[in-house]
Design a protein around this ligand. Structure first.
Ligand code: SAM
Length: 283
């Protein structure tokens, strides 16, 4: 099999099929040969696993997943890459490339149909322009996904894996924590990609919880309060929530006190339980 992390091999197969890099689609392909095997190993695959990949590129990670998993479903939006993947992955009969936008795909039906009875994991080098939307889509969909092992921009990794109640935390940190346990696995420098992006990367792993971390009556309300609280980070939670949700300041102030919180608290100091209590009282 061809070495798909070799720059010359990538250039040759792309030029053979008349494909050029599309920056807008986040096409930075891995050229460090150690990264994809390490990601595939971390994903914990066996013959009963169906691995979902988003954005195979020329198939460098796909091949490592195919060597270890029972089945690989790989979503690629760029149809120009289909003939490339047909060539680079020709030796595998357990890979299916699905030419769809991951944000629009009917993941539930596809998984039900193609991965019946199998354990589901996600493993991907994500297109960075939609990192958080993809992760939130996977978590909110309530699909039977066990783990999500993904390469993301370093700064996104810091936020996704931050502790709730710490400076690096944001609305997405709270959301991820609600659904999953997050962990940083390893750092990947920018020169591990062709072409090199402006930013460094990190591989992270989210282990999806069987039940959310806190119990809330309405998830919609919980996330509304979380989003509003972080919308204006420099303001107190009282001011941010009252302007974000169009509520009178007195109402928010009373709710904070009822929840046992200081009126001057900022969103970045609040715990999961604080957000849960506040959302129950407020909305
Ligand atoms: N896995 C390859 C690697 O590691 O070298 C390529 C990763 S590259 C960072 C991201 C890939 O995602 C590209 O192949 C790009 O075309 C694809 N992509 C971008 N947006 C997408 C979307 N909305 N749905 C599916 N694939 C997408």
């Amino acid at each position: 099999m061809k070495n798909l992390s070799d720059i010359n091999v990538i250039r040759a197969v792309m030029s053979k099929h008349g494909v050029t890099f599309n920056k807008g689609l986040g096409q930075n392909f891995l050229v460090d040969p150690s990264v994809c095997p390490a990601m595939a190993e971390a994903a914990g695959l066996d013959e009963n696993t169906c691995a979902i990949e988003i954005g195979p590129g020329v198939g460098v990670l796909t091949a490592e997943l195919a060597k270890r998993a029972g089945k690989v479903l790989s979503f690629e939006l760029d149809e120009r890459l289909l003939p490339v993947l047909g060539e680079t992955l020709s030796e595998f009969n357990n890979v299916e490339i699905i030419n769809q936008d991951i944000m629009k795909a009917d993941l539930k039906s596809i998984i039900e149909e193609k991965c019946k009875g199998m354990d589901i994991v996600v493993c991907a080098n994500l297109p960075y322009y939609i990192t958080s939307p993809i992760i939130m889509l996977l978590l909110e969909s309530r699909l039977p996904i066990k783990t999500i092992t993904v390469m993301v921009q370093k700064e996104a990794a810091d936020r996704l894996c931050a502790e709730v109640g710490s400076r690096d935390g944001g609305a997405v940190t709270v959301a991820v924590n609600y659904y999953a346990q997050s962990e940083k696995l390893f750092f990947v420098p920018r020169d591990s990609f062709l072409p090199p992006p402006k930013v460094n990367s990190e591989v992270i792993q989210l282990t999806v919880r069987k039940t959310p971390l806190v119990e809330v009556k309405s998830e919609e309300n919980f996330f509304k309060v979380v989003k509003a609280a972080f919308l204006q980070r420099r303001k107190t939670a009282e001011n941010a929530i009252s302007s974000g949700l169009g509520l009178k300041k007195d109402v928010v102030a009373d709710a904070l006190v009822q929840a046992g919180l200081e009126r001057t608290i900022r969103a970045e100091k609040m715990t999961m339980e604080d957000f849960a209590k506040l959302s129950e009282i407020l909305l």
